[in-house]
Ligand binder design. Structure first.
Ligand code: SF4
Length: 317
């Protein structure tokens, strides 16, 4: 399918990511799957991730993947090694695997990864059997999924397998935001104004992000804005956030602490990770500037506070 390839990473970088638990799938190494800590906890009956608390997702049935390990931003808080995976897909040719190929490969790889938990006496047998039939796909692992040109078809391929989909986008590609229809669509909004955006993302897509926020307001799926709070960088101007959120009219707003993990530790100090009390206070500031929204929940381990529109209901997956 499609054009010839110049992939902007080398074997060494690939190996670094593989050591971090990323499993590349497909023939052309632009898609990956990774199991998370919460999947293991859920298999053992030791807890569930905040998406379970907020939206009814069972972590042991959730497949985390990306169809594009590449990204067009260079966010300071990103877990990825930024230097290796930045790409301009308009200028660099990439061979893209087909949506069917990626969907099948992801499910096969997830089952293989889950099979590793079978031998543990801590694994709940019923949860293990359920985990072999993943039900949710979080298209959000690393990179920017809207750079994959067949994202709409990939989402359909998962839906055809009776799975729900979460897409998390950085909002830089409003055309693709228009096109796709996942079960739940997130846009990350990490600045209340352009000058702060440039400091956080080191990119030049502010106008596109504003357009994506406006597109989001007209989507029929469940919509979420995620704000990643970085102490000393973007936890200011709650009125500015509220103004942008009013344009997007999301069903939910997740105000979440930056987590000091992965490659971000080379760019930010540990003190950039705000305590839940700071996140709570900032979420309250934002909610105070918004009409028709209220704080409905929080997850202390994940340091995230959920704001919902008064017309939204939770736990519906
Ligand atoms: S948009 Fe996401 S994947 Fe891209 S650099 Fe920012 S945090 Fe990383």
């Amino acid at each position: 399918m499609v054009q010839r390839a110049i992939l902007n990473y080398d074997e060494n970088t690939r190996q670094i990511l593989e050591r971090q638990g990323y499993h590349f799938v497909g023939a052309h190494s632009h898609s990956a799957v990774k199991t998370c800590l919460w999947l293991r906890k859920s298999l053992r009956g030791e807890g569930n991730c905040y998406k379970g608390k907020f939206y009814g997702i069972h972590a042991h049935r959730c497949l985390q993947m990306t169809p594009s390990v590449f990204c067009n931003q260079r966010c300071v808080h990103c877990w990825r090694p930024l230097e290796a995976f930045n790409i301009d897909t308009k200028r660099q040719n990439v061979i893209w695997d087909s949506p069917e190929e990626i969907a099948e490969a992801c499910i096969t790889e997830q089952r293989r990864l889950v099979s590793g938990f079978k031998g543990s006496i801590k694994t709940n047998i019923r949860a293990f059997e359920e985990a072999n039939q993943p039900k949710h796909v979080a298209i959000s692992l690393i990179g920017e999924p809207t750079l994959y040109p067949y994202l709409a078809e990939l989402i359909e391929a998962f839906h055809a397998r009776d799975m729900t989909t979460f897409v998390v986008s950085n909002g830089t590609n409003p055309e693709m935001i228009r096109e796709i229809n996942p079960t739940q669509l997130y846009i990350s909004l990490n600045a209340p104004e352009e000058s702060i955006y440039r400091c956080v993302a080191h990119a030049n897509y502010w106008d596109e992000i504003i357009e994506s926020l406006e597109v989001l307001s007209g989507k029929n799926c469940r919509t979420v804005i995620r704000i990643t709070c970085i102490e000393g960088l973007n936890m200011e101007n709650p009125a500015g956030y509220a103004d942008l959120l009013s344009r997007a009219k999301p069903d939910f707003i997740e105000v979440k602490a930056y987590m000091h993990i992965g490659y971000s530790r080379m760019r930010l100090p540990r003190t950039a990770m705000p305590a839940i009390s700071r996140v709570r206070a900032f979420a309250a500031d934002i909610a105070d500037h918004l009409q028709g929204y209220r704080i409905v929940d929080e997850s202390v381990p994940s340091r995230v506070v959920l704001i919902a529109s008064r017309t939204s209901s939770i736990h519906i997956m």
